[in-house]
Design a protein. Structure first.
Length: 358
């Protein structure tokens, strides 16, 4: 593997594009708190600045990958990013959640070979940060953009729906958590169901058909805040939840108050990502903050099909907080043996982006 990339600003998010024909495209989001003395805006308060860095991955024989930077988009500090899953003949669209309370959409321009800004929507109050976002159409890609759920630092969640095929409009907003809701995610198998987790150490479920005065369930047997949730793209009812308490729990949506599995991974969990291939549906990638990045393999068995977990790979080459991580969707991102997949990971204080395999 090549030496890591210096992202200049602290790096918080790494996302490979899932769209066919663009699976060698990697987005990295960065975030920096800029002091008043550094600001050129004339404002006295601190500002949060960021960049969306776009790379193309080139393979030069064997497993030696080269990252070519093709774009650097200046914008407010980035907290989260997700590519939209759409049919194969659709253009690739990246959604970005930023520190000024905006969700912006950026579409890949095939002729120019980079992203163009498509749309931007302001959410919440002026001082609320958009902390996370998730698209509803992971399992069932739709020709439109799908719906987006967003968590904001003021404790609210918002739902955005597509408008005129090129943008999003906010249709719902409600108070969901007492402290920052670090994560909100769809049940990819049922776009009526949303999960959220926050600094109040609570995991909550929401059914949009029942309104938002009360959650459908609250699981609160965490020792710290809930930071990561992802529904399984190949196994209905299953989703993974990560927490600052250094555990990853697997849940069945039909029995939300009793975890199927509980795995101590160390370091505090920030992101979890199921493998994008059905052949490796038992593998989960985790960013473990103070303890690097890990690939977990769940044994087949038990009633759920997911038994005890072991760490099949760990990556400890980063020098600071392990935050952003993702699998490459491309078949080219896999080794000749078909057993390892290209992974991008990024870390905060050393503003570093790495490629490795797991």
């Amino acid at each position: 593997m090549r030496p890591p990339i210096d992202t200049d600003y602290p790096a918080v998010s790494a996302e490979f594009c899932p769209a066919l024909g663009f699976r060698n495209v990697l987005a990295c989001g960065t975030y920096r708190l800029q002091s008043a003395s550094e600001s050129t805006s004339g404002r006295s308060k601190q500002t949060r600045v960021g960049r969306c860095l776009i790379y193309k991955v080139h393979t030069e024989g064997g497993e030696d990958e080269l990252l070519e930077q093709v774009q650097d988009i200046e914008m407010p500090g980035i907290l989260d990013m997700k590519w939209c899953h759409q049919p194969e003949d659709s253009a690739a669209v990246l959604g970005i959640a930023d520190a000024d309370g905006f969700i912006s959409l950026h579409q890949w321009n095939l002729d120019e070979g980079h992203l163009n800004k498509l749309h931007s929507t302001s959410l919440g109050e002026s001082d609320a940060l958009c902390l996370s976002l998730d698209w509803s159409n992971r399992c069932f890609p739709s020709r439109d953009l799908g719906s987006v759920v967003v968590s904001l630092s003021d404790g609210t969640l918002s739902i955005l729906k597509p408008e005129n095929s090129t943008g999003l409009v906010q249709v719902e907003s409600w108070s969901a958590h007492d402290f920052e809701p670090w994560i909100a995610a769809w049940n990819y198998w049922d776009d009526n169901i949303i999960y959220s987790g926050g600094d109040d150490a609570k995991l909550k479920g929401w059914d949009i058909r029942q309104g938002f005065e009360n959650s459908t369930f609250v699981y609160q047997r965490f020792d710290a805040g809930v930071t990561a949730i992802q529904s399984h793209p190949y196994v209905e009812h299953l989703y993974a939840v990560g927490s600052y308490d250094s555990t990853i729990r697997l849940f069945d949506s039909r029995k939300p108050l009793q975890p199927l599995q509980r795995v101590d991974v160390g370091g505090g969990v920030w992101r979890v990502k199921w493998h994008p291939s059905a052949e490796r549906k038992h593998d989960l990638l985790a960013a473990c903050m103070h303890d690097g990045f890990k690939v977990l393999h769940f044994e087949e068995g038990s009633e759920s099909g997911f038994g005890s977990a072991s760490i099949s790979k760990r990556y400890d080459e980063h020098g600071s907080l392990a935050y952003g991580v993702d699998w490459c969707y491309s078949q080219d991102g896999r080794s000749k043996e078909g057993q390892s997949t290209l992974i991008a990971s990024c870390s905060f204080y050393d503003h570093s982006l790495h490629l490795w395999r797991g």
